[in-house]
Design a protein around this ligand. Structure first.
Ligand code: CDP
Length: 245
């Protein structure tokens, strides 16, 4: 009888945590979503959460060119409830703030222009990191961002760090933005990526750095399928290893 129990116990696959970090527009979210789907894991886009807070700051007139009323934004934080909701007719989960679907708005360049300033605030990071850790506490999660492998889940079994040349990244993001807004300017997109990369990598609080144990993938010249297969190979290896232990 004991043996039977042990066998059932053994058959239950242990889930792992997958952290994907990297510079802007390196295709983190595409890869994270593909991996989550293949493994039956939850996907969490941590950048969407920073974008959502930035959207609130813009809507409330707390941030703009040359000003940032930080104290007022910090005061608002406890009243903001962030949630991901997925309806069957949507291809991906949408970001909600206090029951408002902000998925479309948060992808706009206007939000990208201010998000790195908002993401620098320790109060914002504390709130979001807590929420992210809560979302991943049962493992079986793929999360992408800047500090997932270093701060949010330093014990993640698989960490991937994505890079690509600035031109390749700007071209990808430009094509994405062009779908929604024909007036988008390539130079503005490229400048925004460079600016955010600089701010994200040099801030004092949880800067973007490659975790020592992260696997680096440069996808400047890699197609989506190759990148996906490579990441899936690593994921399966880690899952197998953690099920042996
Ligand atoms: O999609 P993209 O790579 O351009 O950016 P994102 O993942 O949507 O993140 C937007 C911004 O949020 C970043 O430029 C960072 O300033 C901030 N962020 C962060 O500080 N920490 C994270 N874990 C995720 C995003």
């Amino acid at each position: 009888r004991r043996l039977a129990i042990r066998t059932t116990h053994k058959q239950k696959q242990k889930n792992i945590t997958i952290a994907i970090d990297g510079l802007s527009s390196t295709g983190k979210s595409t890869l994270a979503r593909q991996l989550a789907e293949a493994l039956g894991y939850i996907y969490v886009d941590s950048g969407a959460m920073y974008r959502a807070i930035t959207w609130v700051a813009l809507k409330e007139g707390l941030i703009g060119d040359g000003f940032f009323h930080k104290a007022q934004l910090i005061e608002l934080l406890p009243s903001l409830e962030l949630k991901f909701i997925k309806k069957p007719e949507w291809i991906k989960a949408h970001m909600f703030v206090n029951d408002v679907d902000v998925e479309h708005e948060i992808r706009k360049l206007e939000v990208s222009r201010f998000v790195s300033s908002v993401a620098k605030l320790p109060e914002v990071r504390t709130k979001l990191v807590q929420l992210q850790q809560q979302m991943g506490k049962s493992k079986g999660v793929v999360m992408d961002g800047r500090d997932i492998g270093t701060v949010v889940f330093p014990d993640a079994e698989l960490k991937i760090f994505m890079t690509a040349s600035p031109e390749v990244r700007a071209k990808r993001r430009y094509a994405e933005l062009l779908e929604a807004d024909k007036s988008v300017d390539f130079q503005e997109v490229l400048d925004n990526l460079n600016e955010r990369d600089k701010m994200d990598s040099t801030r004092n609080n949880s800067p973007l750095i490659k975790a020592l144990d992260a696997i680096e993938i440069d996808n400047s010249e890699m197609d989506l399928e190759t990148q996906f297969q490579l990441a899936l190979f690593h994921a399966k290896k880690r899952i197998e290893k953690s099920n042996k232990n």
